[in-house]
Every structure is written in structure tokens, then in C-alpha cells.
Ligand binder design. Structure first.
Ligand code: MG
Length: 358
């Protein structure tokens, strides 16, 4: 058989796919994130990832000992987490403004996520970020210079604003930080905090940030407190055409404590899955509260047994491990085997590579 044009095209496509995979490996082996309409795309395709937020990084708060490469590697290996979040405390005691070692904790997590082919959120974890705008600009410029060429990295520029004005306070803050990042890094995803503890996504969607690519909006919920009313607000935002990213959610009450709200958690997971919304659970720490994934005294370096997971930790591990293979009602498919996940990952790579070939 002679090599006619289709054969040549096939060989070229295979070569292009191989080059893309090599390039992806060099960049941390995750597909680039972008936005289109109300979706965050993974390698140009609708999709979502699920994983874990670490606790406040603040010195002396107890969560900082989990900011190590072994914990990240364990979340990838045992939880099948596709993403982690470095929640860098800023203005609260022991935070970055008083103690620069918080930045090193972030760097440790980001480098570990890259080494494990995961996405990672660099989160300016503040409730008053508009008061520290110059510091945020400088910090994210630094992160963009270091990591802007890595597909893995997502910038979350304001964790949870309080009840402050979107138009007068939050949007101007976001535009200043986004401009600084985009002058260095033209494309990595930026997630913008929304009013009222990152719940008023409908308000942001009515007056969105324009002029920049790859901007998403933070939606936070705690299933013990927030239900259909907040999903309705999220739906309003989606209907207005903005993409959402759940950079923080909990199975328990909004104060971080209480029991796992299993039914409402399932309803949320069904909503996120149906809308391809990525999600990051609060949190990897051993603090004695409902939202903590680990029981007090759990190892800092992963290797957690079932007995070292809290009720929330065990429930979230099941969700993250099987994401996005949930049943239609939001419950994990408990029989999913790891080999199935590995096979799906390989298939996804093939699809993405084919889509990007000329
Ligand atoms: Mg970039």
C-alpha cells in the first residue's frame, strides 16, 4: 500500500499528538485550562476535576504541617485527586504579611502538584484582600513569573470577600490584580472571588470582568447550610454566561463544623457534575472540627488509614476518587476500580491530543 494523502495526514496527526504529549509532560502533564462561555475547558473540552484544599497556611494554626510533597503525592495516589489548593493566609495572624514562610508553603505545594501531574490553586486566602491590593499584585506577579508557563497553576486572587460591593470594591481589585498577572502570563486560569463569602456569583455575572481571557468566578458552599437557593444563584450566573469554579466546599455547616450533610452533598455533586464545575473540598487538616478530613494527630505525610479519616474525610475521599463518575443523583459509584480511572485518563489524553492535532 502506498502512502496516499490520508496516510500522510494520519502519520502527521500521530506525530503532532506525540509532540503535544511530550510538551505536556514538560509542562507538568496536565492539559491547559481555558474558558468558553460558561464552561472551564480542559484541553479545549468540557470537563471538571475534583480534589482537596489544604487548611489555612498560617504559622501556628496547625494546618501548616500538611503543606508537604508527601501529602500531595498521597492525595494523588490514594484519593485520585486531580487538584489541590494552597490556601495562603494573608492578613490573619501568622499569615503571609507577617511571616513570609507562608509563601514557601505555597511553593512546596505547587511544586508537588506539578511533580504529580495535578492542577493547583494559589489562593490569596483573605476576607479583606481589597485592603492589601498592592501586596496581592506583587505576590501574583512573582507567582506568574515563576509558574505562568505551567498548565497546572490556577490563580485565586481573593478567597472570600465579605458583604462588600462588587462594582465599587471587588471588581476594581480584581481588575488590578488580573492586569498585573496578564502582563506576565497571558493565559492561566484566574478565579475571582464574589461578594458574600463567594456566594453572590449572580451579582458578578451581571457585571462581569471584560477584556481578559480565561476568567472564572468562585462559588463556595457548605452543604449543611447551603442548598437549592444557592444552586439557583449559581444557575443564574451560568445562564448569564460566566464560568464557575468551586474553589472551596464543605460537607458540613458554613462555620466548618457539624455533621456531614450527605443528601445535600449529593445534590451539589450532581449539579457540579452536570455543569462540568471543578471542585475542591475544605480541608486537609486534623483540626477537631467537622470539615477537617483527618482525625487529630494524623500523619502530616499522607498514608492515612480509614481510621485516620473523619466522617467528612471518608465521604469526600469516595467522591474525589470516583469523580466525575457519579450516579445521576450525585452519589459516587463505589465499585469503580482504579484501573478504570487509569484507562479513562489515557483515553482522555488521546482525545485531547487528537483534538489539538492539525
Ligand atoms: Mg501561562
Amino acid at each position: 500500500m502506498t502512502c496516499e494523502k490520508p496516510c500522510f495526514r494520519g502519520a502527521f496527526a500521530a506525530l503532532a499528538a506525540s509532540l503535544w504529549l511530550l510538551s505536556a509532560a514538560a509542562q507538568g502533564a496536565v492539559a491547559p485550562l481555558s474558558t468558553h462561555g460558561n464552561k472551564v475547558l480542559i484541553g479545549g473540552q468540557p470537563g471538571s476535576v475534583s480534589g482537596n484544599s489544604f487548611f489555612w497556611s498560617n504559622s501556628g494554626w496547625g494546618g501548616e504541617r500538611f503543606y508537604n510533597a508527601q501529602a500531595v503525592a498521597w492525595l494523588k495516589k490514594d484519593w485520585n485527586a486531580g487538584i489541590v489548593r494552597a490556601a495562603m493566609g494573608v492578613d490573619a495572624p501568622g499569615g503571609y504579611l507577617a511571616d513570609a514562610s507562608n509563601k514557601q508553603r505555597v511553593v512546596t505545594l505547587v511544586d508537588a502538584a506539578i511533580a504529580n501531574d495535578m492542577y493547583v490553586i494559589i489562593d490569596w486566602h483573605s476576607h479583606h484582600a481589597e485592603q492589601y491590593r498592592a501586596q496581592a499584585v506583587a505576590f501574583f506577579q512573582d507567582m506568574a513569573r515563576t509558574y505562568g508557563h505551567r498548565n497546572n497553576v490556577i490563580y485565586e486572587i481573593y478567597n472570600e470577600p465579605l458583604d462588600v460591593s462588587w462594582a465599587d470594591t471587588l471588581k476594581p481589585y480584581a481588575e488590578a490584580v488580573i492586569a498585573a498577572i496578564r502582563a506576565i502570563d497571558p493565559d492561566n486560569l484566574i478565579v475571582v472571588g464574589t461578594p458574600h463569602w463567594s456566594q453572590d456569583v449572580d451579582v458578578a455575572a451581571a457585571d462581569p470582568i471584560t477584556g481578559y481571557a480565561n476568567i472564572a468566578y468562585a462559588l463556595h458552599f457548605y452543604a449543611g447550610t447551603h442548598g437549592q437557593a444557592l444552586r439557583d444563584k449559581a444557575q443564574v450566573a451560568l445562564d448569564k454566561g460566566v464560568p464557575l469554579f468551586v474553589t472551596e466546599w464543605g460537607t458540613v455547616n458554613a462555620n466548618g463544623d457539624g455533621a456531614v450533610a450527605e443528601g445535600e452533598t449529593a445534590a451539589w455533586m450532581a449539579f457540579l457534575k452536570a455543569n462540568h464545575i471543578s471542585n475542591v473540598n475544605w480541608s486537609i487538616t486534623d483540626k477537631a472540627e467537622g470539615a477537617a478530613a483527618l482525625v487529630p494527630g494524623a500523619s502530616a505525610a499522607g498514608g492515612w488509614t480509614d481510621a485516620q479519616l473523619t466522617a467528612s474525610g471518608a465521604h469526600v475521599r469516595t467522591i474525589v476518587r470516583s469523580w466525575p463518575a457519579l450516579d445521576a443523583d450525585g452519589w459516587p459509584r463505589r465499585r469503580l476500580r482504579m484501573s478504570t480511572i487509569a484507562d479513562r485518563g489515557a483515553a482522555d489524553h488521546a482525545v485531547i491530543a487528537a483534538a489539538q492535532a492539525p
